[in-house]
Design a protein. Structure first.
Length: 181
DNA sequence: GTGTGGCAGTTAG
DNA sequence: CTAACTGCCACAC
């Protein structure tokens, strides 16, 4: 699979913490480097476990954190209640930097989609100068290491919703949440 | 509505 | 290297 070679973070923040966070009916998995640097966020347990394993491969240890110690809880609380439309979180993750050029372009493109709006995989493909790569864009979305922060749920199919790593039900919920504003 | 062939990027072997 | 996957899409019936 992708990103089998995650490079160690540049900073010496060696302590990684894994959180399982729950807000209302939605829960997700999150990995934090150091005190408050989110390096991975996903709705799919499979992806989260894989990320932990990759860190293990580069001799990094990951400890479990308690939900109440999750540093950005207020922000996500606000997001899931519709009060926050843009995460004040810096994107600085070794999982991002170990992506391919194409993936990085896709992720950057996704980051520009405004709250409450959607684009199609084909649209995104065109906007990064690679028309016809819609399917590859879909793959890159699936490989996104920072769900919500890089809002891949705002990328949909030309006909239907498209897929979602954490299940389309969650994608639907997120879009409905953002719709209300 | 459904079939189908082609598509680009990435991974597996 | 080839083969086999995908969070796809356009164009046919």
């Amino acid at each position: 699979m992708i990103m089998d070679k995650v490079t160690a973070p540049q900073q010496n923040s060696q302590n990684f913490t894994s959180f399982t966070c729950r807000y209302g009916l939605i829960s997700f998995y999150c990995m934090v480097a150091g005190k408050d640097n989110i390096i991975y966020l996903t709705f799919a347990q499979k992806k989260h476990k894989r990320a932990i394993r990759l860190l293990g491969d580069i001799k990094q240890t990951v400890q479990k954190g308690k939900h109440e110690d999750f540093p950005f809880s207020p922000d996500f609380q606000d997001y899931f209640t519709g009060k926050l439309t843009r995460f004040p979180i810096k994107i600085q993750s070794p999982f991002i930097s170990s992506g391919t050029d194409f993936q990085k372009k896709v992720w950057q493109g996704i980051a520009k989609i405004p709250y409450g709006q959607t684009v199609t995989y084909g649209d995104l493909a065109r906007s990064i100068g690679k028309p016809g790569s819609a399917r590859a864009v879909g793959s890159a979305c699936g490989a996104n290491p920072l769900a919500l922060i890089i809002p891949c749920h705002r990328v949909v199919g030309a006909q239907g919703l498209g897929g979602f790593a954490g299940g389309v039900a969650i994608k639907k919920k997120l879009l409905q949440l953002e719709e209300k504003c």
